[in-house]
Design a protein around this ligand. Structure first.
Ligand SMILES: NC(=O)c1ccc[n+]([C@@H]2O[C@H](COP(=O)([O-])OP(=O)(O)OC[C@H]3O[C@@H](n4cnc5c(N)ncnc54)[C@H](O)[C@@H]3O)[C@@H](O)[C@H]2O)c1
Length: 325
């Protein structure tokens, strides 16, 4: 199987290495418009650089899109045109209108388009999802999700980040409704600037709390922020009528002075990123269902926008009219 990788920056280079390590992948073809970047990444086993996007699309069994967000819709459309399965990094489009149009186009084809929300590929999260779906936890009462970066991003990134809900909490706004398996009917969000005034200057916040209410009455509380002095912290805890399960709580969780705490998302989600490439190639081979469809990513973007609206107005936002979970 030949997989093309469009964009070999930070995340594309990691995905290319994980693809190259898979036995079912015979060749990884790399393209990046920045001179020398694809050639440098092509030192990976089984990989080669090509000088043009057409050469990447031509003959690839699947394409991984790891380019800047504004290029995602046109690259996904190029893959649809050649009937090539694609895994596109999140978000597949920058705003609701553009994403909505793209999702409709995707669904008018039978081409699998996976969205790179890595929590959906994390082995522990996948197991929790299966256990909830199989009823092992019973009726879900409550979910707590924690997502804190170790260090804030470069402040020059903030004006284009979309804000804390679209940039950081979007991952749990995708994962938590996926786990619960019900539509979100109401959102309330609050935020503060506690880490650095650069966030206020960018009209953003650096710490936030989200309350989601699900159609069946369960609640989820999502907390997220841009700085944790001990390391990168991502956890999910689910309390049901029969069992209570935590994911991400281990000896490397940055709590209580943990010595070797997770340094960042690539470290914390290493097994997830590896499994993401394995699942993608299984979908390409027709052996697996798409666990991260484009339509679901439209729901999480709408939830992020509802959070932003709630934070700014101080009021809850009813969301049932467009939830599709
Ligand atoms: N799922 C995750 O955990 C996660 C983490 C980080 C980034 N991302 C997403 O991944 C995407 C890339 O982020 P990054 O941090 O790797 O960015 P980056 O800037 O490090 O890399 C992007 C690369 O794409 C190349 N590129 C630009 N236009 C291209 C084109 N038309 N065709 C091929 N290559 C092109 C650039 O030259 C660059 O090398 C973003 O959409 C981001 O939101 C997802």
């Amino acid at each position: 199987m030949r997989i093309g990788v469009a964009g070999v920056g930070r995340i594309g280079t990691m995905h290319a290495a994980n693809l190259s390590a898979l036995s079912q992948v015979s060749e990884v073809v790399l393209y990046d418009p920045v001179a020398g970047r694809a050639e440098q990444a092509a030192t990976l086993p089984k990989s080669r650089a090509v000088p043009a996007l057409d050469e990447l699309l031509d003959g690839s069994d699947g394409v991984l899109v790891a380019t800047p967000t504004d290029t995602h819709p046109s690259l996904v459309r190029a893959c649809l045109a050649t009937h090539t399965p694609v895994l596109c990094e999140k978000p597949i489009a920058a705003d609701v209108a553009a994403m909505s149009a793209l999702v409709d186009e995707i669904e008018a084809t039978d081409v699998p388009v996976l969205v790179g929300f890595q929590r959906r590929f994390d082995p522990a999260m996948v197991d929790l999802h299966r256990r909830i779906a199989d009823g092992e936890l019973g009726a879900i009462y409550h979910v707590r999700a924690t997502g804190f970066d170790a260090q804030p991003p470069d402040f020059s990134y903030l004006p284009s980040s979309g804000g804390i809900f679209r940039d950081l909490l979007i991952h749990d706004l995708d994962a938590v409704p996926w786990l619960v398996g019900e539509p979100v009917v109401e959102v309330y969000a609050s935020g503060s600037v506690l880490v650095d005034d650069a966030f206020a200057a960018a009209d953003d916040v650096d710490n936030a709390v989200v309350l989601l209410k699900f159609a069946g009455g369960a609640h989820a509380v999502l907390t997220g922020g841009r700085h944790d002095p001990l390391g990168y912290d991502h956890r999910v805890e689910v309390l049901g009528a029969r069992d209570s399960v935590a994911v991400g709580l281990d000896e490397r969780t940055p709590l209580n002075g943990a010595a070797d705490a997770y340094s960042g998302f690539p470290d914390r989600f290493r097994p997830a990123y590896r499994n993401e490439m394995r699942v993608f190639t299984d979908v390409v081979a027709g052996r697996a269902e798409n666990p991260s469809p484009a339509r679901d990513s439209l729901v999480s973007l709408r939830l992020a926008e509802a959070c932003e609206q709630s934070r700014r107005t101080g009021r809850p936002v009813r969301t049932h009219q467009w939830s599709t979970a």
